[in-house]
Unconditional design. Structure first.
Length: 160
């Protein structure tokens, strides 16, 4: 595991996540990514809060009630089968790009110590107005928060 500027969140594997081959089913990984994404955007910004944000604010707070973020795209590369176990797996999440009204997350589903990586993934998110459904430009405070988690592109093997 490479050191990333984002955060790492434990995810508990449930027995129901396992398919007939004895490993975590491919579609379940989207749930794991969602869990990490929700944890990250609801976490208090703390010292990383910039102008227009308080330390107790989260990225979710900065989005406000008039907007929401939607997933526009997912990409997953399965590196190694993940078998059922009682110890959680970790999802590392960071920002790989910031656009006008969109931003991208990178993920690594791995052992907490980085000794094994099970999947690499990326998601594109879009900030959208709830009433109109039209994309909204990211505010300076939102950009600042995302910049705190910015790192390199996901090292997908197929793209090397």
């Amino acid at each position: 595991m490479t050191e990333r500027p984002g955060l790492s969140f434990p995810v508990q594997i449930r027995f129901g996540d396992i398919d007939s081959y004895g490993h975590v089913n491919n579609v379940i990984y989207l749930s794991y990514l969602e869990d990490a994404r929700v944890q990250l955007i609801h976490r208090a910004l703390g010292e990383d809060a910039g102008a227009g944000a308080a330390e107790e604010d989260s990225f979710h707070d900065l989005v406000g009630v008039e907007n929401f973020t939607l997933v526009a795209r997912h990409e997953i590369e399965y590196v190694k089968p993940l078998l059922f176990r009682t110890d959680p797996v970790h999802v590392n999440i960071w920002v790989t790009g910031i656009g006008g009204s969109s931003f991208d997350f990178g993920y690594e589903v791995a052992e907490p110590d980085g000794s094994a990586v099970y999947a690499l993934a990326a998601s594109s998110m879009v900030l959208v107005n709830r009433d109109s459904g039209v994309p909204v430009r990211l505010s300076p405070a939102q950009r600042h928060a995302l910049e705190q988690w910015k790192g390199e592109a996901v090292p997908f093997r197929r793209r090397r």
